[in-house]
Design a protein around this ligand. Structure first.
Ligand code: PGA
Ligand code: ZN
Length: 433
């Protein structure tokens, strides 16, 4: 047993320039663990609360209340606890806040603390975090397949287009390095195309090109053109992944594509997306319908679940009970794992295992508001999670996660690259042979 001797929170600043919570956990022997809370812009209503001060200062986004949680109740409770018992630490945090969404302590306070404890335990064990995670949770570590954004949209781009993420995956790559190379080519090919059309206008929140498009589908067409311009055959080594983030433009089964001035019900949205699945090499799709549209998610999964990965993000909010419910409903076949949606490491890992038990895919994910914290690269690798979603291929809060995977690759071995999940086998199985 190695006891936690202090837990201290401080205010730092994220990739959007907003304040956020960093926590230092120090052990008796002086070993330090540190982590920073990320912050989402298109949040699910059932995820842990990102506690903000409100009021006029810092546009209401101050974190002094969350820091009070860390430096008061949480710190007092965790002092003296065994750092290697992550489950007990996280339970103790939960016992301080019985509200389902952690609105008393703040999910930003709890997630930074919980991840800092994990870092401290790994440092105490003198293991890199990915190795500690693999050993602690009994997993076989492997480098994940990235989902990388080429165009940002939705809440990350002032709603310039309705759809949120236009991404690529490179399941046909031989290793993580090759994914980075191909991504560089496709990312800059997309930028060149935008420039040649007079539509290059900077980047969105996660570093993807700003979506100067006249329709949502124009983004898809441009993405295919970029993949081709990069010398790749779309659907061959490189496939497309979309995050529709439909909760951002629909409620109660009614949706509105503002860019195209189109109103549609759930059935019409599903038909439209089905048309895209026929026309473009899309291997994965996230939140195709809203978080409140259970019949829509069941219908979408019934129609397309055997040919595409269907990820629940806002729909499942990294909650094991919701994953189990969706498994029973036959809704979705994969889950997005965002540690700050759950609020603690243990709850996130419970959700990961619920997905794994069901034979689902699991994509460990960043938020649109990020920092230099690269914990998720280690989590994804350590759990052998299969996939990692971090945003685009520009700006250091994104690149720090990809670069951390390259460092891990040097320690773990390039051959451990997963290259996909079971859902995607039909897309690329013959490629890798
Ligand atoms: P968010 O978006 O971090 O802004 O919530 C990410 C996502 O929807 O996957
Ligand atoms: Zn999402």
């Amino acid at each position: 047993m190695t006891a936690i001797s202090s837990v201290r929170g401080r205010r730092v600043w994220d990739s959007r320039g907003n304040p956020t919570v960093e926590v230092d956990v120090v052990l008796e022997n002086g070993v330090l663990g540190r982590a920073i809370a990320p912050s989402g812009a298109s949040r699910g209503t059932r995820e842990a609360i990102d506690l903000r001060d409100g009021g006029d200062a810092l546009r209401g986004k101050g974190v002094s209340r969350a820091l009070s949680s860390v430096n008061g109740l949480i710190s007092g409770t965790l002092q003296g606890m065994d750092v290697t018992d992550q489950a007990a630490v996280d339970r103790a945090i939960l016992n301080l806040d019985s509200s389902p969404l952690k609105d008393a302590l703040g999910g930003n306070a709890t997630v930074a603390t919980s991840m800092a404890v994990l870092h401290a335990a790994a440092a105490y064990a003198q293991k890199p975090l990915w190795r500690y995670v693999a050993d602690h949770y009994g997993c076989t570590p492997s480098l994940p397949l990235p989902e990388i954004q080429i165009f940002g949209g939705g809440a990350h781009a002032g709603r310039r287009v309705d759809i949120q993420d236009f991404m690529i995956m490179v399941p046909g790559a031989r290793n993580f390095d090759e994914v980075m190379e191909v991504t560089n080519e496709v990312y800059f090919a997309a930028g060149d195309i935008m420039a040649s059309r007079g539509k290059l206008a900077g980047v969105a929140d996660e570093g993807g090109w700003w979506p100067m498009f006249d329709s949502n589908e124009e983004a898809l067409e441009t993405l295919v053109a970029a993949i081709e311009k990069a010398g790749e055959k779309p659907g061959d080594r490189v496939v497309i992944s979309l995050d529709i983030a439909a909760s951002e433009f629909g409620q109660n089964g009614k949706y509105r594509l503002a860019l195209e001035d189109r109103d549609m019900d759930s059935g019409a949205l599903i038909d439209m997306l089905g048309g895209w699945l026929d026309a473009y090499p899309i291997a994965s799709i996230e939140d195709p319908v809203g978080e409140d549209d259970k019949p829509g998610m069941i219908e979408f999964t019934r129609r397309f679940g055997d040919r595409v990965q269907i990820i629940g993000d806002d729909y499942l909010v990294t909650n094991a009970a919701l994953v189990n419910e969706a498994v029973a409903d036959s809704a979705c076949n994969a889950v997005l794992i965002k540690v700050n949606q759950a609020g603690t490491v243990s709850e996130s890992i419970d959700t990961f295992f619920a997905a794994r038990m069901a034979g689902w895919g699991a994509v460990v994910s960043a938020r649109s508001g990020e920092t230099e914290d690269a914990t998720i690269s280690h989590l994804s690798t350590g759990l052998g999670g299969g996939q990692l979603k971090v945003g685009s291929f520009q700006r250091s809060e994104r690149m720090v996660k990809w670069n951390e995977c390259l460092r891990i690759q040097d320690e773990l071995g390039a051959e451990t690259f997963v290259g996909g999940n079971p859902m995607m086998a039909t897309w690329w199985g013959s490629e890798r042979g």
